[in-house]
Design a protein around this ligand. Structure first.
Ligand SMILES: C[S@@+](CC[C@H](N)C(=O)[O-])C[C@H]1O[C@@H](n2cnc3c(N)ncnc32)[C@H](O)[C@@H]1O
Length: 350
């Protein structure tokens, strides 16, 4: 089976748009509560190509315009320098081209840093972006994803780094927000029953166990080395509701001291859109390629980074990994799904 060509972000991530759409109600409440003055600054952190949130921001800008026509609105799109920022500019511009009172800007850089001046932002938003660790944790040597592993030491190490990172992210946002400004985060998470993206509690296979089992197969077949096997770690962590709210309940955290407060939180679930489509049309080849592509879009770089660049080989192990993943989905489609568990957190700066 041939691995399909890489597509743009929005084309590969149907689920991410559904997750954003589910946050529209809370975003509407944030906007409604804002005391909007002449200049209103909105910011999307980790926006990728901006396509998945285009409808979301379109509605918000429309709502603000309807409230007070004299207010000038700026929407700032953020992602890393390495992102496809040309596509982000193209999608953001849809909100400003031909509009007198709406402006769109790009702010390239990491949201682990302060990205805009103190007190600028009225409404900050981020979706499905803040689960990657800022510093590599190298103690997971028996699985490719820490939450699917039984490695307690690695789990503690990942949790510690994830909480350190989250505190830093919220500290930066607490500086950037205006007093009265709102922050809404939509993040991949772990629920009270230990379900997370790739693990829907056993309704279908654990996607991370499958990825790991193929990576191990490649080791057993001597296609990758022992070191490459161990280095194949997805460096992210899906936090629990308590872990998300911890910087907001700890009065000693930097974010809390800067005035960032918890308004409300909830966990939402999005069923796999690829599986839903397959149930309707029974097109197993389309399902297996579509599901593989969405999994590959967020996991590929972890396995590319694990490979020894100096090792000569006839086949690319990462291509083989996703080729075999497609075959596994194709041969047992009933047992595959990628369901989202997302945490919504609404905050205000006081
Ligand atoms: C899965 S995409 C989500 C895109 C979009 N927000 C959505 O929900 O569809 C995650 C995005 O976060 C970006 N990202 C990851 N770490 C980042 C960081 N430290 N600073 C800014 N963006 C980051 C990635 O480059 C990627 O474009």
């Amino acid at each position: 089976m041939v691995i399909a060509m890489t597509k743009g972000y929005s084309e590969q991530t149907a689920g991410a748009k559904l997750c954003i759409d589910l946050a529209s109600d809370w975003a509407g409440q944030c906007i409604e509560a804002l005391d909007i003055e002449n200049n209103c600054f909105l910011m999307d952190y980790g926006a990728a190509d901006g396509g998945t949130a285009s409808e979301f921001w379109g509605k918000i800008i429309k709502d603000i315009k309807e409230r007070k026509t004299s207010s000038q609105i700026s929407l700032i799109g953020n992602d890393l320098f390495s992102n496809d920022n040309q596509s982000l500019i193209n999608n953001l511009s849809l909100h400003s081209s031909g509009q007198e009172s709406a402006f769109t800007l790009i702010c390239a850089g990491s949201f682990y840093e302060q990205l805009v001046p103190n007190g600028l932002i009225d409404f900050g938003f981020s979706a499905t972006a803040m689960h990657w660790l800022n510093k590599k944790v190298d103690t997971l040597d028996d699985h490719t994803h820490v939450l699917a592993s039984n490695n307690k030491v690695a789990k503690n190490d990942f949790l510690e780094q994830a909480l350190y990172d989250w505190n830093q992210i919220l500290e930066m946002r607490s500086r950037e927000l205006k007093v009265g400004g709102k922050l809404l985060t939509v993040n991949l998470s772990r629920d009270y029953e230990d379900r997370y993206l790739g693990n829907n509690g056993g309704r279908t296979v654990n996607v991370h166990d499958q990825i790991h089992s193929i990576w191990k197969e490649l080791l057993n077949e001597k296609i990758i080395s022992e070191i490459e096997y161990k280095n194949g770690t997805i460096q992210n962590f899906y936090k629990s509701p308590e872990e998300f709210t911890s910087p907001l309940t700890n009065e000693n955290s930097a974010a809390y001291k800067n005035g960032l407060r918890l308004l409300k939180e909830r966990t939402v679930y999005v069923d796999c859109p690829y599986r839903k489509k397959w149930k309707e049309n029974q097109n197993t080849e389309e399902f297996s390629i579509g599901l593989m592509e969405t999994i590959r879009s967020w996991s590929r770089h972890s396995f590319v980074a694990a490979l020894d660049e100096n090792s000569e080989r006839k086949v690319n192990p990462v291509d083989l990994l996703f080729d075999r993943l497609t075959c596994r989905i194709n041969s047992d489609p009933e047992n595959w799904s990628l369901d989202y568990v997302e945490h919504h957190l609404m905050m205000e700066k006081v």
